[in-house]
Design a protein around this ligand. Structure first.
Ligand SMILES: [Fe+2]
Ligand SMILES: [Fe+2]
Length: 257
């Protein structure tokens, strides 16, 4: 079992598709992941299942991989404690979760924005520019910078889960550049395509952070580190100042329309 425990989750699922279904049953969905190099042991660890649940899941996986062997579960050791049933974030991570709420509200508006996409009128063009400004200034320069320049630095950046998060941020930036390029060229179909892809990517990305990454980080951060994070975030928040109100007003205004 040790051999598979240390292999990438995608490789294991490719060889034994049933394993993917079992992981799914325990809320460990690896399908949306763009990198797919996470090791089976890290994925199980990061999700922080209850001990009994994890043992039961691993027994089922072992049965698929070695149908004729009895596998000793004692070889599989967890490094951190199980996640509590109800997620309770530390104050700095709660601040990031709150920022996600505004980004998700924008992502939820995108299908309607795409349906009524108008690159002919000034009002229609301004809406796209305002949307891109929200993404670039709030979601990326402010929120993603807090993650990439501060939070992620508290962990080993070679961890696959963090590579997955960086890759999502990079892809999101790619969509924004593509939206602007298509906008300049009056290519309505391409603006729609990349806006939609951005909304889908960010919705999935935020779900991974809220439900898996942040709770796992909170379980591994010491009180001193949480205090340090809190003050570093406060400095960044002071830089954006009142602009966050402007972005909230943009989203609320759009929701009312
Ligand atoms: Fe992120
Ligand atoms: Fe985030």
């Amino acid at each position: 079992m040790e051999e598979y425990w240390n292999r990438s989750i995608k490789e294991v699922i490719n060889e034994f598709p049933e394993v993917g279904k079992i992981l799914d049953e325990y809320g460990i969905g690896c399908a949306p992941c763009n990198v797919g190099t996470c090791l089976l042991k890290d994925i199980v660890e990061i999700h922080g299942l209850a001990v009994e649940q994890e043992q039961e899941m691993m027994r089922r996986i072992a049965k698929i991989i070695y149908p004729d062997k009895v596998v000793k579960m004692s070889q599989i050791r967890r490094k951190t404690r199980a996640a509590p049933k109800e997620i309770k974030y530390s104050p700095p991570l709660k601040a990031l979760v709150d920022e996600h709420v505004l980004i998700k509200r924008w992502a939820a508006l995108i299908p309607e924005v795409v349906k009524n996409l108008d690159l002919e009128s000034e009002e229609g063009r301004q809406l796209i520019l305002d949307g891109v400004d929200f993404i670039r200034s709030y979601a990326d320069k402010y929120h993603h910078a807090k993650e990439e320049e501060v939070l992620f630095k508290y962990f080993d950046e070679n961890l696959d889960i963090l590579k997955v998060m960086h890759e999502d941020h990079t892809q999101a930036r790619g969509h924004v550049n593509a939206i602007l390029e298509a906008f300049e060229g009056n290519d309505k179909a391409s603006v729609a395509e990349h806006l939609t892809a951005y909304a889908e990517l960010l919705t999935e990305h935020i779900k991974k952070e809220d439900e898996i990454l942040y709770p796992w980080m909170d379980r591994n951060l010491s009180m001193t580190q949480i205090g340090g994070l809190y003050s570093k975030f406060k400095e960044i928040e002071a830089c954006i100042g009142d602009s966050s109100k402007k972005y909230e007003a943009f989203i609320t205004g759009l929701e009312k329309k």
